[in-house]
Design a protein around this ligand. Structure first.
Ligand code: PEP
Length: 245
């Protein structure tokens, strides 16, 4: 199974920095073969700028969120269909920052993932426990609830991706141990009801950077990474991509 490295730029960047980062990455993939599928998820207004730099080639484009509805009176939101129309093939749904900042429940995340599938996008469905939940020994319970509640029935290994992102590891410099990552990825694979679970791509996210990528990506059950901060640094992001086995 080919690894997937997705860069989540979050609410960062300008037109100029997006152009520079995307063209730099396109250049690198042009001169040396990438060891993984690569996806860039910039802020929505920067999608066309990134699309122009990456062309139709080796780098995919993804949104950071989509609305559950196809269109209508949803000021500030973006539909999955529009993301598809402007060249996206992926969309992140249920990121913990959206669950926390916008009160997104498992049901909302599931509806968004279903909208993505309907539009022909691959949803990257995020799950993960908070620090308090981990310390209370509730990680497995939370992951089970999120997988049951956030993954649409028609999701399969071929049309969807899951990202395990412990909330306490996002943007903090802390990472889960490789034993903990392997345990949760194994649990997610077991719980996934869709077709082809052996081939389901399960990404790890949470302070992945060039210096720790090799150990994380070599962990059992890890099929790639969802990268926040380090995806804004061309050289560090490339080190992560190059660390894929
Ligand atoms: C993320 O935004 O999904 C993420 C994992 O962020 P970071 O790599 O900065 O922890």
């Amino acid at each position: 199974m080919k690894y997937l490295i997705a860069g989540n730029w979050k609410m960062n960047g300008t037109a100029a920095s997006a152009k520079a980062l995307a063209s730099g990455l396109a250049h690198k993939t042009g001169v040396s073969a990438a060891h993984a599928d690569i996806v860039l998820c910039p802020p929505a207004p920067l999608l066309p700028i990134v699309a122009a730099e990456i062309g139709q080639g080796l780098i995919g484009l993804g949104g950071q969120d989509c609305h559950a509805n196809e269109k209508g009176a949803h000021t500030g939101d973006v539909s999955a269909g529009l993301l598809k129309d402007i060249g996206c093939s992926f969309v992140i749904v249920g990121h913990s920052e959206r669950r926390a900042d916008h009160g997104e429940t498992d049901a909302i995340v599931k509806a968004k993932a279903a909208a993505a599938l309907k539009a022909g996008l691959t949803p990257i469905i995020c799950v993960g426990e908070t620090e308090a939940e981990r310390e209370a020994g509730k990680t497995a319970t939370i992951i089970a609830r999120q997988i049951a509640g956030s993954v649409p029935e028609n999701a399969t290994a071929a049309n969807a991706v899951i990202a395990y992102e412990p909330v306490w590891a996002i943007g903090t410099g802390k990472t889960a141990t490789t034993d903990d990552i392997a345990a949760v990825h194994g649990q997610i694979r077991n719980l996934f009801n869709g077709e082809g679970k052996a081939n389901l791509r399960i990404l790890y996210g949470g302070s992945v950077k060039g210096s720790n990528a090799q150990a994380i990506l070599a962990t059992a059950g890890v099929n790639g990474a969802l990268v926040g901060g380090a995806s804004l640094d061309l050289e560090d992001f490339w080190r992560i991509i190059s660390a894929c086995p």
